[in-house]
Design a protein around this ligand. Sequence first.
Ligand code: ADP
Length: 552
Amino acid sequence: MDEDRSASHDLMQRWELTVDRLIVHAARWHGSRELVSRAADGSITRTTYADVEQRARRFSSALVAAGIGRGSRIATLAMNSARHVETWFGVMGIGAVCHTVNPRLFEEQLAYILNDAGARWLVADPQFAALVDKLRPQCTALEKIVYLCERDQMPAGQRDAVDYEALIAAAARDCRWGDFDEHTAAALCYTSGTTGHPKGVLYTHRSEVLHTLITSQGGMVGMSAEDRLLMVVPMFHANGWGIPFAAAAAGATLVLPGPRLDPVSLFELLEGERVTYSAAVPTVWQLLLDHLSANGLRLSTLKRVLIGGSACPLALIRGFRDEHGVDVVQGWGMTEMSPVGTVSTAVPEVAALGVEERLSYAAKQGRVPFGVDMKITDDDGTTLPHDGQRAGHVRVRGPAVIARYFKHDGPDPLDPDGYFDTGDIGTIDAHGYLQITDRAKDLIKSGGEWISSVEIENVVAGHPKALMAAVIAIPHPKWRERPLLVVRLKPGVSATREEFLGFLEGKIARWWMPDDVLFVDEMPLGATGKLDKKRLRARFAAGPGDSVGSDR
Ligand code: ADP
């Protein structure tokens, strides 16, 4: 029995880990720091953390007045802007659930997701009005549409929709936030999943705040009040990698590009807003670096980029470092992990290596922070050693890792030890660095052995004529599957199959050599801007017959 439990147990304060505390902190201690938003027409508006907090509270009041309360789902269909950040905090502050929806999904997927979530309000950018019009009759739970704009910017023919500015202007200034259990749901995000319908991941206030603290640790993605962060990764992509929360915690200036994600616009913002730090998927950076080198442009203020969402080719890391003096930090994770799982910063053993070896570590997915527990296993669930050789299923657990999908009564996604199978295949080396060799669903199994499409793609990305590369499995009568290399060349260059196969010679195992090389005008990109291998496979399933052509 405890000796004197009341004298020794739980003597520290109850301070529920709720996300409203993040914006309250930013408003109080970094109140004048800016959020810079770019609209579709290119115009720029500036606001501050203090303003964002006040306007978010007004949005909360409007929600409460309409009977929205704890647990109600409010969907957002919007690009990155200060108004979108306000709606996040406004919704979550009262214990309602902010359900970010990706406007790049197909209409049927969007309708499915909104209905599965039972979204009561839809908060959208005016540019998505046509899409909203199509979705509305299909989503019966929707009570109200709010457009993130002023009255005179309202899309035509939206008689019963309201503009955000009028809504918050008419709402009470004060609305009480927090005051609920940290396990209360805060946000909902759907992942494409491997089979069937998209599945919802329901984050809690506690998991969001802990994820913020996990990623803010030294040696992680940590930013500071000195950073001016261009957030290219959309807020609907897995919590915007947690950046709106982490930036508020640090008091970093946020630069929000709206819908303008093309290289010309991004370069303007990077230079015009003296951006020091930025985050996006590799395809965005590949297009930007290509634009810079084609036009002889230099980045003058950027110090660091966080690259994640899919594997970051070594050539991209080199391009940033050698031509612009920018450090690349690679992050790996997934929606089910809130999403950050590992980050490729250096430990002393790696920092002490020569330049080339250090770079090869930057191209790995990285090490886990405190707060993420990871192992790799064979098909039977037996843990594999950290030898950098044996690839296995990557499994994780932690306070910001999913326990169960939203409304899902399928099989338990956790193994008996409580680990979640990420669906990724990788190795872990002696320094603890994870290297993803494939997604289980993209694996190429040739003659019973795995071929890493990611490794081949990374080598091809170093070819001076390649803009993007994908390696996919095509059926083979003898080996079951063989790799096919698909390349999008840089504008204005031509190349041969032999040139690429010759380039791979000696850099990969001989039996990994792709059976063929195809050149395409466009690579199909998925809804989060990553290469969509499923569509490539569908296109080339019957073999490489249809070679050049544009796709989407
Ligand atoms: P979606 O399935 O819609 O792409 P996520 O955005 O959650 O959903 O994607 C998570 C997946 O993206 C991971 O399981 C992994 O396969 C891939 N991924 C993310 N970051 C990296 C990275 N740095 N390197 C390789 N793969 C990555």
